[in-house]
Write a protein that binds this ligand. Structure first.
Ligand SMILES: Cc1cc2nc3c(=O)[nH]c(=O)nc-3n(C[C@H](O)[C@H](O)[C@H](O)COP(=O)(O)OP(=O)(O)OC[C@H]3O[C@@H](n4cnc5c(N)ncnc54)[C@H](O)[C@@H]3O)c2cc1C
Length: 371
């Protein structure tokens, strides 16, 4: 079989792009190094625009039916200030085992050929144009496949991006590490976001009645975290009112996971015979939880570009859509909020997540916006 497009990486960006290209009638080959639907090191807050995209594709119902709860209220804590905001649409926090597998199933149902346990280790060129890929399959050994378009959806350390020498710009060093875990028996009234100098945290309900607790802190604290993960994790949460206590009182459902591999960079997302989607194209610190939504948006923009042959518009629309959030992410990942930001925090939240309601603060304090 010959293919119109080969996609390397079958998670949010790759599976979603495969789905849309296959729905356009293209012959798509989707290649994944690991097992389809395996877990990956990522918390998984899907922003309202991401949920709206899944809804447009007819897939949101499946997530909800599988038990992913909708979050319709957010409680923002900044020091003593607490503000409730209502996002413009529901947010969801589907485990990646669920979301990635669902997208791959949808791509296969639309006609894409999916192969797992396949590692791409070469990009094939002729006449200065990418023409295919080569690699190794766990079963079956070496392989080569050809197509006029190879899409790297292979994550932040993208092999495809390096092989095609995609230009890098707006790159900034990693600023923060992140750690997260899951709790049973830790009920939440709303999604929670906590911020103070030196740390930020998020708490969201996820599948199977679990609550995901995430913390971000400056990178120079990662060595201390590695020598005492539990102590540092709970110590950071103790800086947010009763959050540490609430986490201690829940039952830990899974181990603590952490990473300091949080680069920030844009890459030129296309060239002769190739394109990039998701983290392979733009990656930013996880503190603003944008990567999955960005990957879904890329899939829409890129599949349009493949259909119309206009990749310059993909590049400019992608960058226009991400630029302000990228700056905000870099700023928040510094973990140095000032007095002005204490007031700005809810305003920024309203700007980026939307809000039509505000309430007074808890613990006897008034919400910053109510002041
Ligand atoms: C700690 C942490 C928390 C996060 N929290 C959130 C959050 O709450 N919300 C959010 O939206 N985003 C979050 N993110 C970001 C999110 O994880 C990424 O943006 C998202 O996974 C990007 O999806 P992707 O499909 O582009 O790449 P990936 O999910 O990285 O998938 C790439 C795939 O390509 C495969 N691959 C790589 N190389 C090859 C190869 N040579 N051959 C074959 N296959 C290959 C890999 O096996 C992988 O499965 C977080 C990230 C981190 C690190």
């Amino acid at each position: 079989m010959t293919f119109d497009a080969i996609i390397v990486g079958a998670r949010v960006a790759g599976a979603a792009t495969a789905l849309l290209l296959a729905r356009q009638g293209l012959r798509v080959l989707l290649l994944e190094r690991s097992a389809i639907g395996s877990d990956t090191l990522s918390s998984h807050q899907l922003q309202p625009p991401g949920a709206a995209i899944l809804e447009r594709w007819g897939l949101l119902g499946e997530l909800v039916a599988a038990g992913t709860p909708a979050t319709t209220r957010l409680r923002l804590h900044h020091g003593r200030h607490v503000v409730d905001v209502r996002p413009p649409g529901p947010m969801f926090s589907p485990r990646r085992t669920l979301l990635d597998a669902m997208l791959v199933r949808a791509a296969a149902a639309a006609g894409a050929e999916v192969r797992e346990h396949v590692t791409v280790d070469e990009v094939l060129w002729s006449d200065d144009r990418v023409r295919g890929v080569a690699g190794r399959a766990r079963r079956g050994g070496a392989f080569e496949e050809r197509a006029p378009m190879v899409i790297g959806a292979d994550g932040k350390n993208s092999f495809v991006a390096r092989a095609v020498r995609a230009g890098v710009y707006r790159e900034r060093p990693a600023r923060a590490f992140a750690a997260y875990t899951y709790l049973d028996g830790m009920p939440v009234e709303a999604g929670e976001m906590h911020q103070r100098a030196g740390a930020a945290a998020a708490v969201f309900p996820t599948d199977e009645g679990l609550t995901m607790v995430y913390v971000s802190a400056p990178l120079d604290g990662f060595a201390a975290y590695r020598s005492d993960p539990e102590g540092v994790f709970l110590g950071l949460l103790d800086g947010f009112g009763d959050l540490g206590e609430r986490v201690r009182s829940g039952r830990r459902a899974e181990r603590l996971r952490a990473t300091s591999d949080q680069p920030n960079r844009f890459r030129v997302p296309y060239g002769p015979g190739w394109a990039l989607a998701g983290d392979a194209g733009v990656v930013m610190d996880s503190i603003t939880a944008q990567g999955m939504t960005n990957a879904l948006r890329d899939a829409e923009l890129l599949s349009r570009a493949v259909a119309g042959g206009d990749f310059a518009t993909y590049h400019s629309e992608r960058d226009r859509g991400l630029s302000r959030m990228y700056d905000l992410t870099l700023h928040l990942a510094r973990h140095r909020p000032g007095a002005a930001e204490r007031l700005l925090f809810p305003l920024l939240a309203r700007r980026f997540w939307g809000s039509d309601r505000r309430v007074g603060g808890r613990r006897g304090h008034r919400g910053a916006l109510a002041a």
